[in-house]
Design a protein around this ligand. Structure first.
Ligand code: AMP
Length: 218
């Protein structure tokens, strides 16, 4: 089984990609993790990627493509995998399609975890954490007993800066700018599986498994 996972921030994409890889014994490949690793090791690629990561920008396509390409062209390439965070642009998708095709490992499906923008904004902007102990609350699904106060140590709750509604809206815009074209790219190739990203973790996982089974992907 060879899959790509796509989903907006706050859709649970990372959680679902990891869960699926554990349950189906797939290699979970997250380019964000690989990039953090090469930066930590201070390799040549790491040095190229660092300024972009530090600025919260996308690392240039040729740098990321090179990292992925080397893995998939080596003899111990994964044959069963889930990509998480790659490809992120059409140029990356074209490069990945070509590499996989060359090594005879074409994709089986691209899972798109669909969550409406309003729901994403509601989910992320209702996340609060304790300024002292870090305990996490959600004013919609897991509210503190007293508004704005931590149940455990009575300290004030705060919101991560990038979880505030306005910033979330900006992150969503970036997501659409990057991913709408990708979704279309894979839809045209008849690889796109749209799965609703609503409900609890196990329900969403079951929906993903059903969508894969319906296409006879294993
Ligand atoms: P992530 O862990 O997926 O949120 O990625 C963290 C950061 O790594 C991003 O903000 C980008 O700077 C970089 N990154 C990860 N994957 C890619 C990719 N496919 N293309 C470009 N930059 C990436």
């Amino acid at each position: 089984m060879r899959l790509i996972f796509i989903g907006p921030p706050g859709s649970g994409k990372g959680t679902q990609a990891k869960l699926l890889s554990q349950r189906l014994d797939l290699r979970h490949i997250a380019t964000g993790d690989i990039l953090r690793e090469v930066i930590q090791k201070n390799t040549e690629v790491g040095q190229k990627a660092k300024p972009y990561m530090d600025a919260g920008q996308l690392v240039p396509d040729d740098v990321v493509n090179e990292i992925v390409d080397v893995r998939f062209r080596s003899d111990d390439r994964p044959r069963r995998f889930v990509m998480d965070g790659y490809p992120r642009t059409i140029v990356q998708a074209q490069s990945f399609d070509a590499t996989l095709h060359d090594v005879g490992l074409d994709l089986d499906a691209v899972i798109f975890l669909k969550v409406a923008d309003e729901e994403i904004i509601r989910r992320i902007s209702s996340r609060w954490s304790c300024s002292q102990c870090g305990a996490i609350y959600n004013t919609a699904s897991n509210p503190p007993k007293e508004a704005g106060v931590c149940d455990l140590d009575r300290r004030p709750l705060m919101q991560r800066e990038d979880d505030q509604a306005e910033t979330v809206a900006k992150r969503l815009k970036i997501f659409h700018d990057q991913y709408d074209a990708l979704v279309e790219h894979y839809r045209k190739k008849n690889l796109l599986l749209e799965v609703p990203g609503v409900g609890d973790i196990e329900t969403i996982h079951a929906n993903i498994r059903k969508a894969l089974q319906a296409r006879n992907i294993q």
